[in-house]
Write a protein that binds this ligand. Structure first.
Ligand SMILES: C[S@@+](CC[C@H](N)C(=O)[O-])C[C@H]1O[C@@H](n2cnc3c(N)ncnc32)[C@H](O)[C@@H]1O
Length: 309
């Protein structure tokens, strides 16, 4: 199997669509409406998404009609491969979904409404390939009305990263922090309860000891960290990934998503001193065969937050 990170992010879309907490999403819609109705509302509405990958959240927010009619969307990711993919993929997605797309420059794409979308809508998209902290330090534009970090905060050193991240949001603006991993991974059916438990525990430990930061219990820890930062939690709730066969296959490209999750396990634990490499190989082999037979169920516990800054 060829492992492509952009394809993994594409395959993750349908899993995330189901997982995103719909109460927190409803609170986001209400907050955007309130920000737009305020006398000091900024026009266009400014969104900054950090760790944005290939831009699938922008596509989702357009599909779900969450964004106001005039939006400026800055998409920041450190991986050049992701930004290069977004540059090709976003205009293609736009055209397939009733928008017209114009590539203004390498860093700037403009979507405007055509037949199937209300006529006044337009989205100006800025693609930024940068480490988030370099982006913050060199940040020359106005802070956003909305900051988004989706499946990203659990990769950062917390809580110390939060104050710089909040500098990207204007006063009374909001932040939507979604898919924050929260310490529970489950595969069914069992390989052996003891081996499953060992592999899951060691995998979580690798998240806690990454050189660049990361915490396998980011979800629960965010409650305290956000409080310490003096921001208001408007809504919070679980956003678990639940991937299971439907009939004799998986939905969309979710079999590939599952293979990629196993690839994360293989690369993280391949040379782990606390795990026999033959045992890991046998575990991976059985899990891969379970995907092929459409038997494997995978659950990861995560949390979403909506915050007023
Ligand atoms: C798990 S992926 C999520 C991507 C996207 N939010 C999604 O869900 O499709 C995490 C993303 O964060 C990016 N990333 C990791 N560390 C970063 C950093 N320090 N600054 C900016 N982006 C970073 C990676 O390149 C990757 O695209």
């Amino acid at each position: 199997m060829e492992y492509s990170f952009p394809r993994y992010l594409l395959a993750k879309q349908s899993v995330d669509d189901r997982a995103l907490n719909k109460d927190v999403l409803a609170a986001l819609r209400a907050e955007i409406a309130a920000l737009q109705a305020a006398p000091a509302a900024s026009q266009p509405f400014r969104v900054i998404e950090i760790g944005a990958g290939i831009g699938t959240m922008l596509a989702r927010l357009l599909r779900w009609k969450v964004l106001p009619a005039e939006t400026e969307y800055t998409l920041v990711d450190s991986l050049p491969e992701n930004i290069a993919f977004a540059r090709q993929w976003l205009p293609q997605w736009a055209q397939e979904n009733g928008w017209s797309a114009e590539t203004v420059s390498e860093e700037h794409i403009r979507f405007s409404a055509c037949a199937s979308v209300p006529s006044a809508w337009s989205v100006s998209i800025r693609l930024v390939q940068a480490d988030v902290f370099d982006f913050i330090h060199s940040f020359g534009s106005l802070p956003g009305d909305l900051l988004i970090a989706h499946a990203f905060l659990d990769l950062l050193p917390l809580p110390e990263s939060l104050p710089p991240l909040f500098s990207l949001v204007r006063k009374d603006g909001c932040a939507w922090f979604t898919i924050n991993f929260d310490g529970v991974t489950t595969f069914e059916p069992s390989f052996s309860p003891a081996v499953d438990a060992l592999i899951e525990k060691l995998y979580h430990e690798t998240m806690d000891t990454r050189p660049g930061g990361g915490d396998s219990r980011t979800g629960r820890h965010l409650f305290g960290y956000l409080q310490q930062n003096g921001v208001e939690i408007l809504a919070a709730g679980a956003s678990d990934w639940v991937v299971h066969p439907v009939g004799s296959s998986y939905l969309a490209d979710e079999a590939y998503f599952l293979h990629f999750i196993l690839h994360f396990f293989e690369t993280s634990l391949g040379h782990h001193p606390g795990l026999d490499s033959h045992l890991l190989a046998a575990w991976l082999q059985q899990r891969r065969a379970q995907i092929e037979r459409a038997e494997l169920v995978y659950i990861a516990h995560q949390m979403d937050f909506l915050i007023r800054c």
